[in-house]
Design a protein around this ligand. Structure first.
Ligand code: HEC
Length: 294
């Protein structure tokens, strides 16, 4: 444990590589924080991991500034490798049931930054990052007092990562349709409340299948923003059904092209899809009102 906590004073070449690794690592952390606030906060399991990645990055980089090189190396390797593996899995199949692929530029940026951080950290080890050029005293008050450079860099790191973690300057959430007006909301609530058994069953399915993590319906309190609002659909119930079972056929403009899961057709039977569509049709206060809402 003591060896792990040990402060190191590595040779200059290793130090330069460590700093470059830290910069690449911060790029990945910042992008995770931005994505978290741009909708991923709504996604179960995966969402909180985005925030944890950014928080972990902040802590690990501060450890480097405190010369805890071993902890920094371990932190970069575990966080970056964990994230790289998750991205690769989520893009090939489905990560915790969550098929990803919408933010291709972000995923590519994160992947590149994290691979760079791993490579640079390994290069730093090869360049002697764990060697000691001069003893670092771990005792006495001087050991715990950071110099002005360390302090300045520490503040910079806290700002660069802290602001996006706090949700400042994270960029816009995916484009979403305007929230319904008061009258539309009242109409939507009434249509759901007075809807037939299909509508009621569809309301239940919408929650049971976690559609609400990505889609908003003001009348039921669903708040997802990764996908279009489900109370502003102008499609017929039949078209909505096709969108649920074959989401890649028609991609709603302004939203991630591969975010909507593709396996609902295998998770629900045709009747259930009809119920779900009837519910969405009833909740929608815009467009046509046909397709079995009763
Ligand atoms: C992980 C996020 C996510 C989940 C979960 C999700 N969707 Fe989606 N959905 C999206 C995104 C993003 C789009 C827009 C891109 C597209 O058309 O594929 C979309 C599109 C749609 C559309 C077409 C909307 C339009 O304006 O064309 C419908 C209908 C829909 N989803 C219904 C559902 C239903 C019902 C469920 C649950 C059974 C569900 N979605 C679950 C992300 C999600």
């Amino acid at each position: 444990m003591n060896a792990l906590l040990q402060r190191n004073r590595p040779p200059l070449a290793a130090l330069v590589l460590l700093v470059l690794a830290a910069i690449a690592f911060v790029v990945g952390g910042v992008d995770h924080a931005r994505l978290f606030h741009r909708g991923y906060a709504q996604v179960e399991v995966v969402g909180p991991l985005f925030l944890l990645n950014a928080l972990g990055t902040l802590v690990v980089v501060l450890l480097l500034l405190d010369r805890r090189i071993r902890l920094f190396l371990g932190g970069v390797l575990s966080i970056s490798l964990g994230s790289i593996v998750s991205i690769l899995i989520s893009h090939s199949s489905s990560f915790f049931g969550f098929a990803e692929g919408g933010y291709d530029t972000d995923a590519t940026l994160i992947l590149a930054a994290e691979i760079a951080s791993v490579v640079l950290v390994l290069a730093a080890v090869a360049a002697g990052a764990l060697r000691q050029t001069a003893p670092v005293s771990d005792t006495g008050p001087a050991a715990h007092r950071p110099g002005p450079l360390q302090l300045g860099l520490g503040v910079a790191v806290v700002l660069v990562l802290g602001l996006p973690i706090a949700g400042v300057a994270t960029g816009r959430a995916p484009k979403n349709d305007p929230t319904p007006t008061g009258a539309q909301l009242a109409a939507s609530k009434a249509a759901i409340k007075n809807g037939n058994a299909m509508v009621q069953e569809g309301k239940h399915l919408f929650e049971a299948h976690h559609c609400d993590t990505c889609h908003a319906i003001a009348a039921t309190g669903a708040k997802g923003i990764l996908g279009p609002r489900m109370d502003a659909q102008s499609d017929t119930a039949e078209e909505i059904g096709i969108n649920i079972t074959k989401p890649r056929v028609d991609i709603a403009e302004g939203f991630g092209a591969k975010l909507m899961p593709t396996d609902y057709a295998s998770k629900m039977n045709g009747t259930q899809i009809k119920h779900l569509s009837a519910f969405i049709r009833a909740a929608s206060t815009t467009g046509r009102k046909d397709g079995g809402t009763g």
